[in-house]
Design a protein around this ligand. Structure first.
Ligand code: FE2
Ligand code: FE2
Length: 183
């Protein structure tokens, strides 16, 4: 299926969203969150989610859908691209507020930016999983092998540029989940 690799990315992203939700509750309870949790969070949200995963969707899936006849100037494709931009802006706010938090210990902005990010990305993943990817799987049925190959290639390329591997990010997500559960 053309969307298998993207759905797997979503599972990994959701794991990190769960860890971010726990982080938010901990901060609200007055617990302190170390750099060892915040820095990998910034790395993941920027490099894995935005550069790698959004890159796979925008450079492979959406053009393939366009070729299948789906409109590219209106409808779900430009809407998803707009949501990727918002996701990246919200990730930028996490970065700024996390750095401010590490310096000052004031968690108010970090809590707000984590909450905004989690809400937005959860909604975005839901729309893709339950709407766009369903359409993609039926529309791209006859070219699914080609789309899968291209998704694999672009993932390798993006991760190589970042200097990490998929297993690094799988380990990062696992580690984040474990670290927050210990606080
Ligand atoms: Fe997306
Ligand atoms: Fe996605």
């Amino acid at each position: 299926m053309s969307t298998t690799s993207l759905r797997n990315d979503h599972k990994l992203i959701e794991k990190v969203l769960n860890a971010l939700e726990t982080t938010t509750s901990l901060l609200m309870d007055g617990k302190s969150i170390p750099e060892q949790i915040l820095l990998p969070t910034i790395d993941f949200t920027h490099n894995f989610t935005h550069v790698c995963h959004h890159g796979k969707e925008e450079e492979v899936l959406f053009p393939a859908l366009g070729q299948s006849g789906m409109p590219t100037k209106m409808g779900p494709i430009p809407r998803m691209i707009m949501e990727h931009k918002i996701t990246n802006q919200l990730a930028g706010q996490i970065e700024v507020s996390a750095k401010a938090y590490l310096e000052s210990g004031d968690s108010e902005e970090l809590i707000a930016s984590l909450q905004n990010y989690v809400i937005h990305v959860r909604e975005h993943l839901w729309k893709e999983n339950n709407r766009l990817f369903m359409m993609a799987d039926s529309r791209l049925n006859n070219v699914s092998k080609e789309v899968d190959d291209r998704l694999g290639k672009i993932e390798d390329l993006k991760l190589k540029e970042i200097g990490k591997s998929r297993s690094d990010y799988e380990a990062l997500a696992e580690e984040l989940e474990k670290s927050v559960s210990k606080i």
